[in-house]
Design a protein around this ligand. Structure first.
Ligand SMILES: N[C@@H](CCC(=O)N[C@@H](CS)C(=O)NCC(=O)O)C(=O)O
Length: 195
């Protein structure tokens, strides 16, 4: 099995973390997004990563890959039976909808766009902080929704992380997720610095 990915891509981070959680061996095909190899374009003409090649199956996109992995390797579950697949999917898609529009602007936007995107992200974190449970993870047990949220947190500037912004419940969630070496190792040095 091969995973085509870029190290700093949040969609790739969550897939790598899922592979590590499940202990699935794979060949890493790390790419530079600025210079995409023709072999990748052969698998996905849009050139986006992550792409998983599992035998005859070519699976494109983080959610499709996570679902594929969880079908083939159910344990440990990342779509836990409680609260159930639909609730996990809903939380995963919500996390994407909340953060995905802002992250590229924080990374590459004009100074004005960056300020707006950071303000929107802060607002989103305040919402999550108010509703997050005491259980540790978003839905009680670790799920792909936690991996998605962690991958976006990993892309925030260090002084914009939940701990630094004083979001106590979200900071506790972040510590619970980052305690897992599987996640910490796949989501880069900035997230690994969380205490
Ligand atoms: N919805 C997709 C998004 C994947 C995505 O946007 N990947 C980015 C890297 S973070 C990419 O490959 N972009 C293509 C490019 O930069 O040309 C997923 O969940 O996998």
């Amino acid at each position: 099995m091969e995973l085509w990915h870029a190290w700093a891509c949040p969609y790739c981070m969550r897939v790598r973390a899922a592979l590590a959680e499940k202990g699935i061996p794979y060949r890493s095909r790390e790419i530079d997004l600025a210079s995409k190899p023709p072999d990748l374009l052969g698998l996905n003409p849009k050139g986006a990563v992550p792409v998983l090649v599992d035998g005859e199956d070519v699976v494109v996109g983080s959610l499709a890959i996570l679902e594929h992995l969880c079908r083939r390797w159910p344990y440990p579950p990342l779509f836990p039976a409680r609260p159930g697949r639909e609730a996990v999917l809903k939380a995963y898609e919500r996390v994407d909808a909340l953060f995905a529009p802002h992250l590229p602007k924080i990374a590459r936007g004009t100074p004005e766009e960056r300020v707006q995107a950071l303000a929107a992200t802060r607002q989103t974190m305040a919402e999550l902080d108010a509703e997050i449970s005491d259980a540790g993870f978003l839905l009680g047990e670790l799920s792909v929704a936690d991996l998605a949220l962690a991958s976006f947190m990993a892309r925030l500037p260090p002084d914009w992380r939940p701990t630094q912004l004083g979001f106590e419940r979200l900071a506790r969630w972040e510590r619970a997720v980052m305690r897992r070496p599987t996640v910490r190792e796949q989501m880069g040095p900035s997230l690994a610095m969380v205490g």
